[in-house]
Design a protein around this ligand. Structure first.
Ligand code: ADP
Ligand code: ASP
Ligand code: MG
Length: 401
């Protein structure tokens, strides 16, 4: 059996954790499995590297940031191979260049295009444990790229798909996917199973337990995922097609604090305004989420929308530059907002979920700034300092103890 095992930053944070992971992988290998291990950078390494770079230059070139951040994963894979060697196991570490894992040239947010499987296959055939750097790739210029924060999950799924692995296990610091972040909602319930679609919504809406693109890719290639703890033998959560959702209306609540609201106030109420605004953002690869347009008055209207907090300053600068062609009174940007969402496939066939969400927030005295919905989710934008309370309120409303 070929297994891909991915371990996140906290699971390889220090010497003891590395030895723990090494032992788990070597045990699996000794039991006869072919093992590919994907690792993240140790502990807070990635955050520390970003801070270090920004202390030197707050506008560090994206290419150089990727070159820098990729070193974190290279350190963990080599230390892991060293740890496995101390246990007498045959192991080899490889970075994305050596594999090779080809991506787009979109630094900081690259996507996989193609993965060469020959090198890994050769190492597996020689009965070696293959340890691969998560989170990174190479582009057509042979430059190092990274996949975006949390991207090691996507490396694991991409390798599982490319090598037709029998299993893809995501080991982390919680023992599965819960109905909400168990660190914020202590009575959150662990899910036995969750569908790709629901997990994709949860991950996209802020449940960082899985990188959203890893779920997208798992769904596309039919890679069944198991999310479980690196520190216990608990069973974990299976992410797959057609999972049984224990007949719950809502399968989870998620919050995304890394969001900002931009408002363009006093726009002219004429055709083409929305096009001009979102065209310029789209051309600059800025993803826009919730959009709200006010009813026009006195030939004026307002448009507000949300973007990732990381993109907010650039979005405002781009729109300021357009003031010549897009007439408006002013631009407002608020980074102290959060998006709280409830997700559940049951919503497609049951009415009343939206009103339940609004009532739960009303009871908690939380004001809603924007609302958006899809077939299987309802999201609201609220003040960031109320996000944790909102998650708890929505969770208690929908999910029974
Ligand atoms: P890793 O470093 O292993 O990739 P992450 O920090 O990226 O770990 O993801 C695990 C964290 O995700 C948990 O510690 C937990 O706080 C958070 N989390 C958010 N939402 C959920 C959820 N619905 N279920 C489980 N964990 C969640
Ligand atoms: N080390 C990277 C990060 O911190 C990738 C990952 O952990 O998945 O975002
Ligand atoms: Mg992660």
């Amino acid at each position: 059996m070929l297994v891909v095992k991915k371990f996140g930053g906290t699971s390889v944070a220090d010497k003891d954790r590395i030895l723990n992971v090494a032992k788990r992988c070597v045990d699996s290998y000794n039991a006869g499995d072919d093992v590919i291990v994907v690792l993240s950078a140790m502990g807070d390494t990635t955050d520390d590297l970003i801070e270090e770079a920004h202390r030197i230059n707050p506008n560090a070139p994206k290419r150089e940031m990727d070159m820098l951040l990729a070193t974190g994963e290279q350190k963990s894979v080599s230390l892991m191979a060293i740890a496995m060697a101390s246990m007498g196991a045959a192991a080899i570490s490889l970075n994305a260049f050596q594999v090779a894992m080809h991506t787009t040239a979109n630094y900081g947010n690259a996507r996989f295009k193609r993965i060469d499987s020959e090198r890994i296959r050769r190492e597996l055939d020689a009965r070696r444990i293959v340890i691969v750097t998560g989170f990174q790739g190479i582009d057509k210029f042979d430059d190092v790229t990274t996949l975006g924060r949390g991207g090691s999950d996507t490396t694991a799924v991409a390798l599982a798909a490319a090598l037709h692995a029998d299993k893809c296990e995501i080991y982390t610091d919680v023992d599965g996917v819960y109905t909400a972040d168990p660190r914020i909602v202590p009575n959150a319930k662990k899910l036995k199973e969750i569908t790709y679609s629901e997990m994709l919504e949860m991950a996209t809406l802020g449940a960082q337990v899985l990188h959203n693109r890893s779920v997208e890719m798992a769904k596309k290639y039919g890679v069944e995922l198991v999310v479980r703890s690196s520190l216990s033998l608990e069973e974990g959560t299976v992410v797959k097609e057609g999972a049984k959702m224990e007949s719950m209306l809502v399968s989870g609540v998620a919050a995304d604090k890394n969001t900002a609201r931009i408002a363009l106030v006093g726009l002219k109420n004429e055709p083409g305004v929305a096009f001009k605004i979102f065209n310029i953002l789209g051309k600059n690869n800025i993803n826009v989420d919730v959009i709200l347009q006010s009813i026009g008055r006195d030939n004026r209207k307002d448009i507000s929308f949300t973007v990732s907090e990381d993109d907010a300053d650039q979005a405002v600068a781009l729109l300021e530059d357009q003031k010549g062609s897009i007439e408006m009174e002013r631009i407002e940007c608020d980074k102290n907002v959060a998006k709280v969402s409830v997700v559940g496939a049951g919503m497609q066939t049951h009415a009343g979920v939206a009103s339940g969400m609004f009532e739960a927030l009303y009871n908690a005295g939380i004001n809603i700034r924007m609302i958006s919905t899809s077939e299987i989710r309802i999201s609201v934008l609220i003040d960031e300092d109320q996000a944790d309370r909102a998650v708890k309120a929505a969770h208690d409303w929908f999910i029974e103890d």
